[in-house]
Design a protein around this ligand. Structure first.
Ligand code: DNO
Length: 346
């Protein structure tokens, strides 16, 4: 296991010099943020990022994300050009020693929440999701910090129209077409693709979402068996799906999980949840059980503490402040160490 930390590049308020001080940190997960979605990241930009990380003793082996252009998700004729660009990005990242690329295939929107600062009794705050509030929102007027892209209202409107009538099967076929197009670049470079699940894992505003649970993964691996077609196991995203047994999924998916996002959530009602740090005792997911299942199944990929709360007066980027993610990293590191050592003794 390699513990990593998400870093939003030079614009991040958290300097690499702080990240390196978190015990057990092997590297950062980052991206080139200012190149339009669908275009090729210049090799010099990637190398510059890598040098910045390495100057602080941190590796840059995971990219989150190389976003997928909407024309690919829509299956438009222009997708071939964007797939070729994506493959070129994979080759360029391979030259920089990247081993894993996290991406998602959610139409239009990335993760969705209804409140970015839900106050807890201890004075901390975190992101939360209320289904009735979400369904009352206007999708034409949405933007959340942390998304890799944002649209003007006019672009958003026409994009939403373009998806009208798209079925889950059509979106899935477009994902398969994309993956088949980029697998040769993955074979050449050895890079593993790690699809992030839909967050939360259900349809939004009538837009289909297709990476939501065990069935999605069975379908995905059978359509594209290449081992470079893998996943980001995100406990907070999948765990919101009431039918997803995260311990079981961690065990069954460990060999295709190249990247793991560990995050705790507290579930309420049929869909609602509030992010609640990382410890098993602070929410609905059995983090110990999940880590144990991963280790027992031989997991050997990258891990990062996902979204933290704002604590100790910090007012960080929603989900991505320093303190609580650092606490999460050391807690998770401890779980891995204890379980790995216990296994080794057997
Ligand atoms: C949210 C993140 C996601 C993730 C993308 C991957 O905090 O987990 O935005 O980076 O969905 O492409």
């Amino acid at each position: 296991m390699k513990m990593t930390f998400r870093w939003y590049g030079e614009g991040d308020s958290i300097p690499l010099s702080y990240i390196r001080q978190i015990p057990g940190m092997s590297g950062v997960v980052t991206a080139v943020y200012d190149i339009p979605v669908g275009e090729v990241w210049p090799l010099e930009r990637i190398m510059k990022l890598k040098e910045l990380c390495e100057a602080e003793g941190l590796q840059m082996e995971v990219i989150e994300s190389v976003p997928v252009h909407e024309d690919i998700k829509l299956g438009r004729p222009t997708r071939d050009r964007y797939i070729e660009n994506y493959a070129q990005n994979i080759r360029n990242l391979g030259k920089a020693g990247v081993r894993c690329i996290c991406y998602n295939f959610m139409p239009v929107f990335d993760w969705l929440r209804t409140n970015l600062k839900t106050l807890a009794p201890d004075g901390s705050n975190s992101l939360s999701y209320d289904h009735s509030q979400l369904t009352a929102m206007d999708p034409h007027d949405l933007h959340l910090p942390g998304w890799d892209e944002s649209y003007t209202p006019a672009e958003l409107g026409s994009l939403l129209d373009s998806y009208s009538g798209m079925t889950h099967d059509q979106l899935f076929d477009n994902l398969v077409y994309f993956l088949k197009g980029i697998m040769p670049a993955c074979d050449e470079t050895g890079i593993n693709m790690a699809i992030h699940p839909d967050d939360p894992p259900w349809d939004m505003f009538g837009l289909p979402r297709i990476i939501t649970g065990m069935d999605s993964y069975r379908k995905l691996f059978s359509a594209v068996p290449n081992k470079h077609n893998g996943i980001t196991l995100c406990t907070g995203s999948l765990g919101a799906g009431r039918n997803n047994d995260m311990v079981k999924m961690a065990s069954e998916l460990a060999d295709r999980s190249y990247f793991v996002h560990l995050r705790q959530i507290t579930l309420s009602g049929s869909h609602d949840f509030c992010e609640s740090g990382h410890l098993t005792s602070t929410g609905s997911l059995d983090m110990y059980g999940i880590v144990r299942a991963l280790v027992e199944a031989g997991f050997d990929g990258y891990v990062r503490p996902d979204h933290g709360r704002n604590i100790w007066g910090e007012d960080g980027k929603p989900g991505y402040g320093l303190y609580d993610r650092a606490l999460g990293a050391t807690y998770l590191y401890g779980l891995f160490e204890a379980i790995e050592k216990e296994m080794a003794r057997k």
